[in-house]
Design a protein around this ligand. Structure first.
Ligand code: ARG
Length: 364
C-alpha cells in the first residue's frame, strides 16, 4: 500500500474503531522516519489491524526482535493493553514454585473437586522467524525439529506419549478422522484461516504444513506445533488441584527447554509471543465452571462478566474465543493478566476468583 494511503486508512480506523490499539498509537511521523525495509516489516506486523478494524490489539510480531526494533509503536500498545503506565519500567518476573501456596478448588466447596482445568503457555524459539513470517519449508523444518525433541520427551516415563502430525506425507501423519476426533476432544486446533486476524498476519499460511500436536499417554499434557506461536505447551485435567497441574506444566516446559533451541525471551517482556496480548508469562489458565444462576441459565453473561472483571478475570463461553455460555451456564473463566504478573500469581488469582464467583452463585 502506498504510504500516504496507508496513513489515511489508519487515521480512519482510529476514528471508526477507537478500541484498535494499533490505530490509536500509530504515528505517521515515526513511520516516515523508517527506511524502506523497516517500513515493509512494520507494515507486515500491523496489517492484521488494518485488515480488521475491529481488532483490540491489531498487531502480531513477525520476528522475536520486533518488540525491540519497533518498540516506539509496540511499547505504548503493550502498556495500554496490560495496564502499565509509561513511567513504570517493565521487568517480567517468573515464579513456578507451586509449593508456596495451596490452591485446591475442593477446599472452596467439595462440588468443585471435578472441574475441567487447563493451563497453556506459548513459547517460540530464537532460531526461526515467528509463525507469521515463516515460509513452508521453515514450518516443516521446525516441526521436524520439534518431533525429534518429542521423541526424546516420550522416553521420560512422566511424559511418555506420541506426536501426531497433520502435515501431508509426514511420518507421524494422522488421518482426517483422527484429526476431527482430536478436535472434538478439545485437544487439537482447527484450521486457523477461519480466524481473520491470524490470516491477515500470515500465521495460518501453508495450512496444514508444519502443524501437529504431542499428546501424553494420559492425554493431560499437550504441545501444539505451528499454531499462533511455535509451541503452545499445556496441561488439561479434570479435578481441583491447581498446584499439581501447574507443577506438571512447569516440569514439562523445563524438560522441553533442554531438548529445543533457546526460547525467545526479553528481560522486559518475558516470553516473546506473536500476539502482544500474550507477552510476559504467555500463560492462559482457565476453569470451566457451571454458573447457571449467575448467567440466567446461560442466557446472559454480562453481569457475571462485570463481576469477574473486578477480580481480574475474563469470562467467555466454554466453546473458545468469542463463544457463548451453554444452557447449564457453563463458562470459561481465566485471569486476564499475562505481563507484570508471575505464573504463581496467575494461579492464585484464578483460585481466589473462582472462590468469589462460586460464593455469588451459591448465594443467589
Ligand atoms: N488480533 C486480535 C485482536 O487484535 C486478537 C487478539 C487476541 N487473541 C489472540 N488469539 N491472540 O483483536
Amino acid at each position: 500500500m502506498e504510504i500516504n494511503q496507508l496513513v489515511k486508512t489508519i487515521k480512519n480506523i482510529r476514528r471508526s474503531n477507537p478500541e484498535n490499539l494499533m490505530a490509536r498509537h500509530f504515528d505517521a511521523e515515526y513511520f516516515h522516519t523508517l527506511d524502506d525495509q523497516s517500513r515493509r516489516n512494520l507494515y507486515e506486523i500491523i496489517k492484521t489491524g488494518i485488515d480488521n478494524p475491529d481488532s483490540t490489539m491489531g498487531a502480531y510480531a513477525q520476528n522475536p526482535d520486533d518488540y525491540d526494533q519497533f518498540s516506539q509503536l509496540l511499547d505504548p500498545m503493550i502498556r495500554e493493553f496490560h495496564g502499565i503506565d509509561p513511567a513504570t519500567s517493565i521487568t517480567q518476573k517468573h515464579d513456578w514454585n507451586t509449593s508456596a501456596s495451596s490452591c485446591n478448588l475442593a477446599s472452596i466447596d467439595l462440588r468443585l473437586k471435578d472441574v475441567s482445568m487447563r493451563v497453556r503457555v506459548a513459547r517460540n524459539v530464537t532460531t526461526f522467524p515467528l509463525p507469521g513470517s515463516m515460509n513452508k519449508n521453515q514450518r516443516v523444518e521446525f516441526e521436524n525439529l520439534a518431533a525429534r525433541a518429542f521423541a526424546e520427551l516420550s522416553r521420560q516415563p512422566e511424559f511418555g506419549g506420541k506426536y501426531l502430525s497433520i502435515t501431508p506425507g509426514s511420518a507421524n501423519e494422522i488421518n482426517a478422522e483422527e484429526y476431527e476426533q482430536r478436535i472434538s476432544a478439545h485437544q487439537m486446533f482447527k484450521d486457523m484461516s477461519n480466524d481473520p486476524y491470524l490470516k491477515s498476519a500470515g500465521i495460518s499460511n501453508d495450512w496444514p504444513h508444519g502443524r501437529g500436536m504431542y499428546v501424553s499417554d494420559e492425554e493431560d499434557f499437550l504441545v501444539w506445533v505451528g499454531e499462533e506461536d511455535h509451541l503452545r505447551i499445556m496441561t488439561m485435567q479434570r479435578g481441583g488441584n491447581l498446584n499439581a497441574m501447574f507443577e506438571r506444566l512447569g516440569n514439562g516446559i523445563e524438560m522441553l527447554s533442554t531438548l529445543l533451541p533457546p526460547f525467545a525471551s526479553s528481560a522486559q517482556y518475558g516470553n516473546v509471543t506473536s500476539c502482544p496480548t500474550n507477552l510476559g508469562t504467555a500463560m492462559r489458565a482457565s476453569l470451566h465452571m457451571k454458573l447457571p444462576r449467575s448467567t440466567s441459565n446461560g442466557k446472559d453473561i454480562s453481569t457475571l462478566k462485570s463481576k469477574a472483571q473486578t477480580l481480574g478475570l475474563a469470562v467467555r463461553g466454554a466453546g473458545g474465543e468469542h463463544s457463548d455460555a451453554g444452557k447449564d451456564g457453563l463458562v470459561d473463566i481465566s485471569p486476564v493478566g499475562r505481563l507484570g504478573i508471575t505464573e504463581m500469581q496467575i494461579m492464585q488469582r484464578l483460585y481466589d476468583g473462582a472462590a468469589q464467583l462460586w460464593l455469588t452463585e451459591t448465594s443467589l
